[in-house]
Design a binder for this molecule. Structure first.
Ligand code: ATP
Length: 202
């Protein structure tokens, strides 16, 4: 099987940007945040389990998960967060395994915003972390237009800090500079990982 390389970083660090660069080099990328959404979409077994646990209050009138209501519940009680994770994490891991079984390249990228916080690093052969200073990340997130500063701060508060990321990183991509600089680092890491994968299969 291909080597499993986790790719993570805080909000606005440039994970998705780096992941797209790997993809352009022909590397298969799994977006675990997107998988996490899919396993609790309307009508899913995952959403049924959440409703059984938390009640209909976490549903919107259209049958979709009311993420805000669920977040409020979890914010109020860490026990709820643990319950949520006990339901959702195994469903995500299952999807990851199914996807892995279909992959052939020397290595694949599994991109996830809370890979380290969720203990997912244990499933990875190596972990790559994208780092950028918080002020720069805020600037880029605001320019991206998906979140305002309040939302940015709330997400930062839920994520681990860069010190912890550095401690768990096998590779670091420094995204404090230009996209060209990130591209160059991705290409170098791609060469390194291709080589590592070749060595491992000997
Ligand atoms: P999230 O955790 O919120 O999904 P992310 O880590 O995936 O964020 P990206 O979406 O890749 O971050 O990057 C955040 C924004 O910053 C994007 O709009 C992206 O185009 C931009 N960006 C990323 N890297 C650079 C860079 N080196 N120079 C300028 N802009 C950048």
């Amino acid at each position: 099987p291909p080597l499993r390389i986790g790719l993570t970083g805080g909000i606005g660090s440039g994970k998705s940007t780096a992941a797209a660069m790997f993809e352009a080099l022909g590397v298969a990328v799994l977006d675990l945040d997107r998988v996490g959404h899919r396993v609790v979409q309307a009508g899913s077994e995952g959403l049924q389990q959440l409703v059984a646990c938390f009640g209909g209050q976490i549903l919107q009138p259209d049958g979709e998960l009311d993420r805000r209501a669920l977040a409020t519940l979890c914010f109020a009680d860490a026990g709820h967060t643990a319950q949520l994770n006990r339901i959702v994490h195994p469903l995500i891991w299952q999807q990851e395994e199914q996807w892995m079984a279909l992959q052939h390249g020397p290595y694949v990228i599994v991109e996830a915003s809370v890979l380290l916080e969720s203990g997912g690093a244990d499933r990875m052969d190596r972990v790559a972390v994208v780092l950028a200073d918080e002020s720069l990340r805020l600037q880029r997130v605001l320019a991206r237009g998906r979140q305002d500063e309040t939302a940015f701060r709330a997400i930062i508060a839920r994520q681990c800090d860069d010190l912890m990321r550095k401690q768990q990183a096998d590779y670091i991509l420094d995204n404090n500079c230009t996209l060209a600089s990130l591209q160059q680092q991705v290409e170098q890491l791609h060469a390194e990982l291709s080589c590592l994968a070749a060595d491992c299969s000997k």
